[in-house]
Design a protein. Sequence first.
Length: 363
Amino acid sequence: MSLPRPLRLLLLIALVVAAVAITLIYSLTWRPQPREDAPVTCTGQVAQLQPGQALKVMTWNLQYLAGKRHVFWYDLPGGDGPDERPSSADLAMTLDEVVRVLRDEQPDLVLLQELHDGARATDYQDQLALLQERLADLYPCSSQAFYWKAAFVPHPRILGSVGMKLGTLSRFRIARAERLQLPMLEADLLSRQFQLKRALLVSYLPVRGGDELVAINTHFDAFAQGQNTMQRQVEMTDGLLQQLQRAGRSWVLGGDLNLLPPGQFEHLPEDQRGWYAADSELLDLASRYPMIPSLQQASGAQQAQWYTHFPNDPAASGPDRTLDYLFYSPRLTPFASQVRQHDTQAISDHLPVIGRFFLPSQE
């Protein structure tokens, strides 16, 4: 039995509207491939790493240069924080402070997370480019990879463009880089188009004599409890590290893993515990590879000096947990490490983790 003409017309209109909506959503959003080449920029004559040399590495989540004067809408359980964006003055002041710290520390390799690029909430800044402009004398090379990008997100607290990426700055030549897509949070097909797409930014730095240092920059998911997303992201990362180990490659991995070390879960306020697993997925990496801070440091009596996260929560009076780490190849020889806490607590909700190593000597 055929449908009445008015119903056929309504069905046709509905199909046209659905097709237009799907086309619009696909044009506004971004779907990266599992593996993609990542942009690399090097300017001028860039030095090459040397066998046996000292290497200073920093990882730092910069919280898109927002500073610490806000409680953002996603910062509190329930998503009811009052603030939606930093002010332009906050962005300028925080950029100055980040540049100050990097010039003071002068790490050879800087792994940065939560850099905005083209986001409405931060005046459409390309924050990696702003840092490169201010630090061109120190860091002639960089690589980058987006992990959130959309021309418009219809969330009522966003209602505009988003853009967030990983950025790696280097004093030494980066030959190439790639973006590897991490497993994503489970979501319906529509929500999946707008959500963050976390990644590994893998940069390859040649070492004189034919060796290579692989530098991996990442930011694992947050708010993932009730799913196995964190476990899958750990497993994929572990798979890459095992592959590098089997090939005899030197590597360092840094980032905001959003994973607690053992013993810290119980110290958190009860309303904060729901964001983490009591039995942390971090152990799967920590049992295989050396890390900064070590499990003993991050879980022991002096663990406060290794805290890397200062929540944007009025109830938090200072850093209260460790979420950021450096992992490194056994081929590297560590000789110093720290979390720079004394003058960075007003810059971001995360603090920089610093490790110093010797590269392998030529055999």
